[in-house]
Design a protein around this ligand. Structure first.
Ligand code: GLU
Length: 466
């Protein structure tokens, strides 16, 4: 059975890159009827926060990435890491190292001076310590280092990048366990991926250099390797790594901006993966299609305009009642009173075609829920003595309508227009300005029908000079 995981470090919000990694891991597990595991890698004690754990969980829930197991927290598994350390120590794959920070700094300086790559020199490997006459300083707590193989190569097949091989001579003896008993990333990730029976490690390719080390540790533990898939980074339009400069990088900023989670999932899925030339596809289609073969080999570029376009496609076709539920709190937050206007779903049905975000939709719906009067300049521009007689006639025609709905309203407008020899905009603009305080609205008869006869007549009376 396929088992994938998302293993974020809770040191900030859930950013777009993390969300995409989570999405791919989730989609891959769902595609194969497997399990998706959430693991919080909270071993960076200084930078990990509870707020960040919450932000990650919120982001995943908003995107609809449900997990089957977890969240597991690495800091709750310290006893287990200690156990595996004991095994590695017993088998000679690990050893305690008492080198102080000062010693290691000095070592690095010497290596730099010789133009060598800085690396730990293995001084506390048992045979070296012995030949140098090193003995553990009294009371000092050691770190535990991995005894990396000295010779040969380490190799793994990456499902995105192909086979990757590194000479062991390139790798030094990395710290597995810090003196305080907290594992380093490379050790914690190995123990957990093995314990959690992960079959496919899907993650950002910023970790590809860690993988040979992880493979060596796994082999020292006699474990079977999972498959690896390293997904290229997301860059901004300028080719730089994605950062705040490129707009929102926290996923949870997008619901605030009025994006739909379906659109975000679709966008992130396409950002670095393709299925033929399909651009718009549902979550179910993604699950049906997702594979690692079609993950792009080069970095993806984040394009906020395309995300907005995609959101627009989803808004246009979304169910109006469902959209109304998302738009309502936005209108209320901005001071609109829903009880004062027409049913929101009807308004949304009229306006959703032209809005790119829920916020834009709420903003345009506001005309029905807030008493807005035109500014003096707009009034002066559109409502004058030439048009007032037509407005008065319109008022009379509207009052006489048996049925307040689109078609009769439209017929009345056409009739008054003809009678006064006006072109459509010459009548429609003043009506818009009078009734809604706005120079632009969707088609006049539609918005008047929604606004209700009472409001329309009251406003026309106010401005027609009756
Ligand atoms: N905690 C690591 C990170 O957030 C996870 C990397 C991995 O998936 O192995 O970058």
């Amino acid at each position: 059975m396929i088992r994938t995981r998302f293993a974020p470090s809770p040191t900030g919000y859930l950013h777009l890159g993390g969300a995409r990694t989570a999405l791919y891991s989730w989609a891959y597990a769902r595609r194969h009827g497997g399990k998706f595991i959430l693991r919080i890698e909270d071993t960076d004690l200084e930078r990990s926060t509870e707020a960040s754990v919450q932000a990650i969980l919120d982001g995943m829930r908003w995107l609809g990435l449900d997990w089957d197991e977890g969240p597991f927290f690495q800091m709750q598994r310290l006893a287990r890491y200690r156990e595996v350390i004991e095994q590695l120590l017993r088998d000679g794959h690990a050893y305690p190292c008492y080198a102080t920070r000062e010693e290691l700094d000095a070592l690095r300086e010497q290596q730099r001076a010789r133009n060598e790559k800085p690396r730990y020199d293995g001084r506390w490997r048992p045979e070296n310590a012995k030949s140098r006459g090193l003995t553990p300083p009294a009371g000092a707590k050691p770190v535990i280092r991995f005894r990396n193989p000295d010779v040969g190569e380490v190799s793994f097949t990456d499902l995105v990048k192909g086979t990757i091989t590194v000479a062991n001579s390139e790798l030094d003896d990395l710290v597995l366990l810090r003196a305080d008993g907290v594992p380093t990333y490379n050790f914690g990730v190995v123990v957990d991926d093995l314990d959690m029976l992960i079959t496919d490690v899907i993650r950002g390719d910023d970790h590809v250099n860690n993988t040979p080390r992880q493979v060596n540790i796994m082999q020292a533990l006699g474990a079977q390797l999972p498959r690896f898939a390293h997904v290229p980074m997301i860059l901004g339009a300028d080719g730089e790594r994605l950062s705040k400069r490129h707009g929102a990088v926290s996923v949870m900023q997008y619901p605030e901006e009025g994006m739909l989670p379906e659109a975000m999932v679709n966008y992130l899925a396409r950002l670095g993966w393709s299925h033929g030339d399909a651009e718009l596809f549902s979550r179910d289609q993604l699950v049906e299609w997702f594979d690692l073969k079609h993950v792009s080999h080069s970095a993806a570029q984040f394009d906020p305009a395309k995300l907005r376009w995609m959101n627009h496609q989803y808004l246009k076709t979304a169910d109006s009642d469902a959209l109304a539920a998302l738009v309502a709190p936005r209108i209320e937050r901005d001071g609109g009173v829903l009880a004062d206007g027409p049913p929101l779903a009807a308004v949304v049905a009229l306006l959703k075609d032209r809005a790119e975000t829920l916020n834009a939709l709420a903003e345009s719906a506001m005309m029905f829920y807030r008493e807005l009067h035109a500014e003096a300049a707009l009034l002066a521009q559109h409502i004058n003595d030439a048009v007032r007689p037509a407005l008065r006639d319109l008022e009379a025609a509207f009052s006489a309508l048996a049925d307040w709905s689109h078609d009769p309203i439209n017929a009345a407008v056409q009739e008054v227009m003809k009678r006064h020899k006006l072109k459509m905009p010459a009548l429609a603009m003043p009506v818009r300005v009078a009734v809604f305080g706005l120079a632009q609205t969707p088609a006049l008869a539609h918005v008047l029908a929604l606004a209700g006869r009472q409001r329309v007549l009251a406003r026309l009376q106010q401005y027609s000079g009756t």
